[in-house]
Write a protein that binds this ligand. Structure first.
Ligand code: SAM
Length: 279
């Protein structure tokens, strides 16, 4: 096992605290500390950063983040069975780890964090996309985070970084790429996890841009994109018909052919269309 700290190997932590993985909690644990250290490194320089981690579980990634020099880690874990194991990490890094026993969807951790902030997590699959969308659509931009380093099912990771014309391209790609740089930085096979999930996983690293790539009102852009991809097989003049009586003219003014389908239209054109919808 690894020597990133003086704490016991994760298999022993799991055995000592009886942390058998629960499917209902989306629990697929990473037990190789070399791997969790590698993921922590993908988050960039952590020195001087507070790190928000969702779902630390037995603490493999948490230990990686602390060993990589995070100023503080604030970890939100729903399963209270994990708390004693996380308490041991807290003791090994005095004052640097705060664990909140809560549902990440129901809590606002910001009062516990001091900027600059990075987010890093091996996300529970059942809440991962919802959290990402929330982090990408705050009321204010720039957001509270400088970067997000997140493990997803491979298929979700591909939707985040997808380009126009691909099957994976849609709302998630546009939301992510409008105000952030997004790339896949690691791929992990099912066997990397205990128990192994059915599908492969990937780590996506997103860096917040200081301002959006193209100007647009966030709500209007989200609305146009949601409508356009709701019926992704339809031509846009049909999919967006209800939005304005002169939708064809607006599409043309935005540089989009009314007969195009949403999956072929780029971010710049969607932003232009959102601006035209403001009138
Ligand atoms: N970070 C650990 C690792 O890499 O081994 C565990 C990752 S496991 C995929 C997801 C973790 O998220 C589990 O520990 C699970 O208990 C926790 N979890 C599930 N739903 C959650 C929620 N709504 N809020 C906070 N934690 C949650």
């Amino acid at each position: 096992m690894s020597t990133i700290d003086t704490l016991p190997p994760l298999r022993q932590v799991i055995a000592d605290h009886d942390l058998s993985a629960r499917k209902s909690m989306g629990q697929n644990f990473l037990l190789d500390l070399n791997l969790t250290a590698k993921i922590a490194r993908q988050a960039g320089d952590l020195t001087g950063y507070d790190v928000l981690e969702i779902g630390p579980g037995p603490g493999g990634l948490t230990r990686g983040l602390l060993a990589e020099g995070a100023r503080r880690v604030v970890a939100i874990e729903k399963d209270q069975r994990c708390l004693p194991a996380l308490e041991e990490i807290s003791q090994a890094y005095p004052g640097q780890l705060s664990v909140l026993n809560a549902d990440a969807l129901a809590i606002d951790p910001l009062e516990h964090l001091t900027p600059p902030i990075r987010v890093a997590a091996n996300l529970p699959y059942n809440v991962g996309t919802e959290l990402l969308v929330r982090w990408l659509t705050p009321a204010q931009w720039p957001p509270f985070w400088d970067s997000l380093t997140l493990m997803f099912q491979r298929e979700v990771a591909e939707r985040i970084v997808a380009r126009p014309g691909s099957k994976a391209y849609g709302r998630l790609a546009l939301l992510a790429q409008w105000r952030a740089d997004a790339r896949i930085v690691m791929s992990l096979p099912p066997e990397a996890f205990t128990p192994p999930p059915k599908v492969s996983s990937a780590v996506v690293h997103l860096t917040a841009l200081p301002e959006p790539r193209y100007p647009a009102d966030p709500k209007l852009l989200e609305h146009v994109v949601a409508k356009a991809f709701n019926q992704r097989r339809k031509m846009l003049r049909a999919a967006l018909k209800g939005m304005a009586p002169d939708i064809e003219d607006r599409l043309i003014a935005a540089g989009i052919k009314p007969t195009d389908r949403a999956e072929t239209v780029g971010l710049e054109q969607f932003c232009a269309l959102a601006r035209l919808m403001a009138n």
